[in-house]
Design a protein around this ligand. Structure first.
Ligand SMILES: Nc1ncnc2c1ncn2[C@@H]1O[C@H](COP(=O)(O)OP(=O)(O)O)[C@@H](O)[C@H]1O
Ligand SMILES: [Mg+2]
Length: 261
């Protein structure tokens, strides 16, 4: 049985799709069979992030509504071809009933170890469907106060629906946490009341690489190791309530201050 992760946040533009694509890629690199699914039917862009827009002949709705075989709709990526990708329709004309769509997503998950569902910001039918079939949510937030409030609200609503969440702090700028101009890691855990899955630093190289459909791989990307750390924690099945230690180092930054401020 696949473990299904829902990637969510209240706010748009916090890096959900970036996190979804890179976590899926790094999970696949460990040899696991991974399905990444773009459920942003307003403006799905994961195909661009993965650099596979020319290979996307069918989409997740074609697979879910049986218009084409699931295998034909799935773009195979990575060296071992063990990262499967189901893209979002350019324009969705199907009526999405969350309960039915959730059932189809579960069926499409068969044969995979992990499924990553990327959802849009706000309340949509695809988010409702994803909530119904996910085993766990990953809530993404940046140090932006509006994003932190959105993450808290999202995690609380998911908990009410019986779904547990872990937090990924994205675009983290340690300098601003150290000089107290923006939220630090512990204060974000406190504010969102959500255990930490990982911290992804702000990565200028990745931002530009994304425009060419290149994911964070190797030392040129400061976020690459951070995504690997997230995957290690997912693989280890860390589900504790204690915040997970931050494993990446920032030169010249006092770690304690970054954490506590
Ligand atoms: N860790 C990061 N470092 C630098 N830029 C990032 C990072 N994560 C996301 N971005 C940039 O932020 C923008 C929004 O990211 P995206 O993943 O599309 O957000 P969402 O899916 O939440 O709308 C993109 O331009 C992306 O390149
Ligand atoms: Mg997105």
């Amino acid at each position: 049985m696949a473990k299904i992760f829902l990637i969510t946040s209240y706010k748009g533009g916090v890096g959900k799709s970036t996190v979804a694509a890179n976590v899926a890629n790094k999970l696949a690199k460990t040899g696991k069979k991974v399905l990444l699914c773009d459920l942003d039917f307003d403006l799905g862009t994961l195909d661009l992030l993965l650099g596979c827009e020319d290979r996307m002949l069918f989409d997740v709705c074609d697979a879910a509504f049986g218009r084409a075989a699931a295998e034909d709709c799935t773009v195979r990526l990575g060296q071992g071809k063990n990262l499967g990708f189901l893209g979002a329709p350019y324009k969705c004309t199907d009526e999405i009933v969350p309960e039915d769509f959730a059932k189809r997503l579960k069926e499409l998950s068969s044969g995979y170890d992990y499924v990553i569902l990327d959802t849009p910001g706000g309340e949509t039918v695809t988010l409702q469907a994803a909530r119904l079939c996910a085993d766990e949510a990953i809530v993404v937030a940046t140090q932006n106060p509006a994003s932190i409030r959105g993450a808290e609200k999202t995690a609380a609503e998911l908990a009410e629906k019986g779904l547990s969440s872990r937090l990924i702090i994205n675009c983290f700028d340690a300098q601003s946490a150290e000089n107290s101009s923006r939220a630090g890691i512990l204060s974000m855990i406190d504010s969102t009341k959500t255990p930490l899955l990982g911290v992804i630093p702000y990565d200028r190289v990745m931002m530009f690489a994304q425009e060419k459909g290149v994911l964070a791989e190797g030392d040129a990307f400061v976020s690459s190791q951070a995504f690997e750390n997230v995957v290690s924690r997912i693989e280890a099945g860390l589900s504790g309530r204690r915040p997970v230690p931050v494993l990446y180092k920032v030169k010249g930054i006092r770690r304690k201050k970054v954490l506590t401020k």
